[in-house]
Every structure is written in structure tokens, then in C-alpha cells.
Design a protein around this ligand. Structure first.
Ligand code: SF4
Length: 462
């Protein structure tokens, strides 16, 4: 039997006794030397990791080291690429600047200053997150920790959830993890959130995000979520929780101290009629292949939680249609709904991870052709740009011109949604702002309106 066939047919069992509490052991940049299997790498390779992780966040835990990474296949192993820094993640001039300082034992304050300068050159807040998405209260004060970009959906960043069980090397929220307060978007105020939702009855969906809200203790999650059962929050129909815990720490749902309370809380919400959706981040079928992850999925589904799978397309990790097809097939078998293939965002180590848009579309199409109808629920490739979520629908020729066919899945103005529009074909383009309108048009159909919305928001800021 092939490895693929084995993975797709492994029986899913949940035996609580098998998932006794497991200690959570984490390693950060200071602990490279304690990660035993890294001894397989040369000293020069380990130094490169230290350089890169001075700029970009690094955090990994024992479960990832033991269960996910194939140490006989490093550095190419996709789970290694997912979690461990690689030299190519920094531009050569950035790498050399920091490496020289470290090699010469420079003062901490000089290293910190250089690191800070490099970080600010890496577009820490893509898509105008800071300027355009943060709402204000009736007195004009910015509501920290809340983003309200699309009419029906509010994003909430609980301050206790602004870290993750491990960090993804390509994370577009990397800026939140490097300890720069200016770059953080977080709130500890449950009351701020509830007051905002009380006054915004147009909001139906609340998305808890981070970091990873599943790093929070259940008692903190309860403070935020339980009040939503009151009748005044009947308009909040869906509670989405963005998480990669099913990959990085599935024991959160199994043997962790307060796992049973967490499952009970989620069950209470679903039984009261809320749609609780776990927006799980997956990049590769390997993440779904462990016994603990499969048991956690089963436990969550029994509690009535709907699990959706989404993740970006990343060079060195999953830029292969067979990886996506196998991941979507496995998700369907486990009862996870394939939801999105994203394009890697224009921030951080994008030069290392990005894939040309045309290639992204080819990979999506090829993967789609390999799965049944139930696997074809994944949308994409999709870019979360400032005007909205833009999907690449295809490449074609119209009146002799080669074009990308695009549509808004979400837009700052709901009227833009689902209207097809066209960009000049560009084989090098890797992000939305590389594209130009097709047919000699000077502007996108939505551009004037978007500029007006932008001016409006930015004038409130200044
Ligand atoms: S789990 Fe999500 S927020 Fe956390 S590091 Fe990965 S991509 Fe970033």
C-alpha cells in the first residue's frame, strides 16, 4: 500500500486515555542549541538561523519537533520550512548587515537598532491594517484590538491570544510577535468588544484571531464568548476562531489542563444555536496525519464545531498541486471543509515564499481537478488586499489580449463583490498591487470609490 493510501484510510479513533496531559515545551531563538536534531546541520547553517531569527520571530515546540518534522529530510522537509528560519528569508543586504554585527559581537543596542531598521523595511502592516480597519468609539478614540473592514464581520484580537504554539516562518502577522508594541494590534477588554457589538447589529460574524486565540486559557475565552449567549447578541450568529492549534498543539483539545472545559464551552455555544467555526490553518497534508490531530478533529466535531481549512500557497512548502489535492482529500475524509487557498501576503519574508500569481492559479486548478465535488469548496487563489479579498478566477484571452480574470470575494463596498474584472496578464506578478487594469483602462472600476473611502479613513487618523 502506498504512503498516500495509508494516510487516506487510517481509521480515526479517539481514546481519551491515550491522550493524557502532555507537557508543552517551547523553544525560541535563544534555545537553538537545545534542539537536539539540529545537530545534523553545520555550524554555518545554525548561525544563519540565528541571524534570520534576530529579525523574524521563531518559536517551535516539542510536538512539532517530534511528530511533524522529518529530520532525515532537512532542510527541504516542508514542516521544517514551515517552522525553522532559512537564510533566503532575508534579502542578502539585510542578512549581511545583521550577520556582520553578530559576528563582531556588536553592542546589543547596535544590533537592536539594525534589526529594527530591517523590520521596518519589511512592510510590517500590509493592506493598511493599522490605518484603515480600526474603528473608533463615539468619542473618536481608536478601539484597540478590533478591526471592522467588511460590514458583517468583526475581527477581534484578544491580548492573551497574541502568540502561537509555534510560529510559521511566512507569517504575515510576524510583526506582532517581535515585541514591538507599536506593531501590535491587541485588546484585553472583553467589555470593549461587547460594547462595540451591542451597537453594531449589522455584524453577524465575530472572528477571534491573533496570534492564535487557542493559546488562551479556557477561562479567558469564556469571558469573551459566554456573554454572547445573551439575547442582546442574537445578531452574532457565527463565532469564528482562527487557529493553527490542530497543527501545532492538538493536545489543546485533548489532554491539556482545561481541554475538557474548552470543549464544554464550545458545545454550550453550538447547542445554544451559534455557529462555531474553527478556521484552521493548514499548509500541508502532513499536518493532518498525526493521531493527535485526527483525534482532536473528531472531538471538536462531536461538540458541534464546524472546522474549515485554509492556508497560503508557499514556495518551498506547498507549491505543488499534488500536496493541495492530498490535503483537501484528507480534510474531506476527516470532516473538515476546504475553504481557502490564499496568496502569500506582501510582507516579511515574501521574497522567499512568494509564488507568481499565474503559477498559483495553475496549482489551484490542477489540484481542483484531482478532487471530488466535496473538495472543490476551497476558494482561491485569494489575495487579502486593502480594497478587499480578490480571487484569481483564471487566465484567458479577451479581444486578443491575455488577461487575468478577477473578482472580489469581499469588498470594502459590498456592491463590488462578485463583479468580474480584468488585469493585464503579467507572468511575474506575485501580488495584487503588481497588476494593472486590462484593455488600456487607466483605473479599476472600484478605484475612485476606494480612494474616497481611504481618504475618509485617513483623514480621521490625522
Ligand atoms: S499560526 Fe497563524 S498567526 Fe501564528 S505564526 Fe502561523 S500564520 Fe502566524
Amino acid at each position: 500500500m502506498t504512503a498516500q493510501a495509508q494516510s487516506l484510510t487510517r481509521p480515526i479513533t479517539f481514546n481519551a486515555a491515550r491522550f493524557e496531559p502532555v507537557p508543552f515545551k517551547v523553544y525560541t531563538q535563544r534555545d537553538f542549541d537545545q534542539i537536539v536534531p539540529l545537530a545534523k546541520l553545520s555550524e554555518a547553517q545554525r548561525f544563519e538561523m540565528k541571524v534570520v531569527s534576530s529579525v523574524l520571530p521563531f518559536r517551535v515546540n516539542q510536538y512539532v519537533i517530534d511528530e511533524l518534522i522529518d529530520w532525515d529530510n532537512i532542510p527541504a522537509d516542508p514542516m521544517f520550512q514551515l517552522t525553522f528560519p532559512q537564510r533566503g528569508m532575508l534579502a542578502p543586504e539585510h542578512f549581511d548587515r545583521i550577520a556582520t554585527l553578530l559576528e563582531h559581537g556588536a553592542d546589543k543596542k547596535d544590533v537592536d537598532a539594525a534589526v529594527d531598521a530591517v523590520r521596518h523595511e519589511l512592510n510590517p502592516h500590509p493592506a493598511d491594517q493599522m490605518e484603515m480597519n480600526m474603528p473608533r468609539d463615539e468619542h473618536g478614540n481608536r478601539l484597540e484590538g478590533i478591526q471592522h473592514k467588511y460590514r458583517e464581520t468583526v475581527l477581534f484580537f484578544p491580548s492573551q491570544g497574541q502568540t502561537c504554539h509555534s510560529y510559521c516562518t511566512f507569517c504575515f502577522r510576524w510583526a506582532q510577535f517581535v515585541g514591538d508594541k507599536e506593531l501590535r494590534i491587541a485588546s484585553s477588554e472583553a467589555e470593549t468588544l461587547h460594547a462595540y457589538l451591542r451597537h453594531h447589529c449589522e455584524v453577524t460574524d465575530l472572528l477571534f484571531t491573533g496570534g492564535d486565540p487557542m493559546v488562551m486559557k479556557t477561562r479567558h475565552l469564556r469571558d469573551y464568548l459566554e456573554p454572547l449567549l445573551k439575547p442582546e447578541f442574537d445578531h452574532i450568529q457565527t463565532i469564528r476562531i482562527g487557529t493553527k492549534a490542530l497543527t501545532f498543539w492538538p493536545h489543546r483539545f485533548l489532554g491539556a489542563d482545561d481541554a475538557d472545559e474548552l470543549i464544554a464551552l464550545l458545545e454550550r455555544l453550538t447547542e445554544a444555536g451559534k455557529h462555531v467555526a474553527l478556521m484552521t490553518h493548514f499548509n500541508h497534508w502532513k499536518e493532518l496525519d498525526t493521531e493527535a490531530t485526527q483525534a482532536a478533529v473528531r472531538r471538536l466535531r462531536k461538540a458541534g464545531v464546524v472546522i474549515r481549512g485554509q492556508g497560503p500557497l508557499i514556495a518551498h512548502l506547498n507549491d505543488d498541486p499534488d500536496v493541495w489535492a492530498r490535503m483537501w482529500k484528507t480534510q474531506v475524509r476527516l470532516g473538515i471543509l476546504p475553504y481557502y487557498m490564499f496568496v502569500e501576503r506582501d510582507t516579511g519574508a515574501r521574497n522567499y515564499f512568494e509564488v507568481p500569481l499565474v503559477r498559483a492559479w495553475e496549482i489551484y486548478r490542477d489540484a481542483m481537478q484531482q478532487v471530488s465535488g466535496l473538495g472543490r469548496t476551497a476558494r482561491g487563489p485569494s489575495m487579502s488586499a486593502s480594497p478587499g479579498k480578490v480571487e484569481i478566477q483564471g487566465v484567458t484571452e479577451v479581444a486578443g489580449e491575455k488577461v487575468f480574470v478577477l473578482r472580489f470575494i469581499q469588498g470594502r463596498n459590498p456592491d463590488w463583490v462578485q463583479r468580474p474584472f480584468f488585469a493585464k496578464f503579467d507572468p511575474q506578478a506575485t501580488w495584487f498591487d503588481h497588476l494593472k487594469p486590462a484593455f488600456g483602462d487607466e483605473k479599476w472600476f472600484w478605484e475612485d470609490e476606494y480612494e474616497a473611502i481611504r481618504d475618509d479613513k485617513l483623514s480621521i487618523e490625522s
